[in-house]
Design a binder for this molecule. Sequence first.
Ligand SMILES: Cc1cc2nc3c(=O)[nH]c(=O)nc-3n(C[C@H](O)[C@H](O)[C@H](O)COP(=O)(O)OP(=O)(O)OC[C@H]3O[C@@H](n4cnc5c(N)ncnc54)[C@H](O)[C@@H]3O)c2cc1C
Length: 415
Amino acid sequence: MNTLSYDIAVIGGGPAGLAAAVKARELGMDRILLVERDYELGGILQQCIHDGFGLLRFKKQLSGCQYAQKFIDLVAEGGIDVLCDTMVLELTDDRRIYAVSAQEGLLEIRAQAVILAMGCRERTRSQVSIMGSRPAGVLTAGSVQRYINMEGYLPGKKAVILGSGDIGLIMARRMTLEGIEVEGVYEVMSSLGGLRRNKVQCLDDYGISLHLSTTVTKIHGNKRVEAVTVALVGSDGKPVRETERVIPCDLLVLSVGLIPENELSRKAGVQLHPVTRGPVVDDTMMTSIPGVFAAGNVVAVFDLVDYVSRSGEIAAQGAVDFIRRQSARGNMVDTVAGSNVGFVLPQRVNADCGGKEINLYLRVRKPMKDVRAEIVCNGKILKSTRYGVANPPEMIALRFVPDGPLDGPLTVDVR
Ligand SMILES: Cc1cc2nc3c(=O)[nH]c(=O)nc-3n(C[C@H](O)[C@H](O)[C@H](O)COP(=O)(O)OP(=O)(O)OC[C@H]3O[C@@H](n4cnc5c(N)ncnc54)[C@H](O)[C@@H]3O)c2cc1C
């Protein structure tokens, strides 16, 4: 087995891992390794050929691939070591990484700091109960995206989409442009699962109907999907049988949520959060294991790639400070998801952070209009920001600079 030694090893070459590696180089780290299981860098962005990426960072509407390429170029310019086609199999709590590749065989990588940037994966049919056999033609939205945008296949002729997450909305438009008839998008919840801008640009502009409080109850067909049954969902969350109708189609596209990819983290003993399902992190993105940091969708599903990249840069700064022993962690205070808040990231911040910028990310539990997001510490409001609307799919990012040490938990309320 080959053994490699680095200052910082980054697992995952998507936007989070790329930004982390580039930032660590900017901060003067010499020996940085980026490990990616795919044959090229870029992560999920390589299959996102639509625009809308990088509005905050570059003030431009880039495609996912263009956004990723900007960072891939910086990785090359910085001479950062990259191992593609290399799958990390295990991480230990003393920061040893075991990975395998066809070229190198089994590798042991030792690093002073590790940054987890493995992204997220889609929920599949096994996570949503739908009656019927297992015919071909039931695919996740991400698989359809990969088939059409990267492999050059049309996976069906007439599609029904279950779930109104962003990838499903984007694929409704993409399939329409490629000549697949999209019958409609069916959403079990009473509100949209994705961003409003995606509904307008991907459904409304193409005359594709959205059916809220409606779900797919049965898949018909043995070898290939022949039809699906849809039904309204009652206030008890159960399908109303009398409203069932059968829609002929040969493709059922699932857009029913994303799950942070944390098998490696779990096995290493990293503490995971029950709501985000990603590592519990502090304001330097350090996990519960000293020297192991995490960034991007592996921590929680972010909505904007700009936030993903930012989290990678914060993790890189944290990792560099950790290696240089500049991150005296001192007293930590928790962040608390208060009124109408589902979760707050990071879950801990350094109490002695006076004068230092803190970035908090949160999602609300239910849609609300005309609200204030308030950060409260020991009864004192540290920041208050007004929003016309607050929707669960749209992350709220709050930046603030405390003027002194924090003397209690930081509670975030949206009301
Ligand atoms: C299927 C899918 C489609 C999406 N489509 C869109 C879209 O159209 N528009 C949009 O705005 N957002 C989309 N997203 C969200 C998108 O994932 C994020 O905006 C962004 O890509 C997250 O960046 P990341 O670096 O955290 O993760 P990713 O981009 O997912 O990158 C993680 C990287 O880690 C690698 N990796 C994972 N495990 C290992 C391992 N054990 N060893 C080595 N490498 C590993 C993966 O191969 C991957 O390259 C999509 C997400 C998914 C899952």
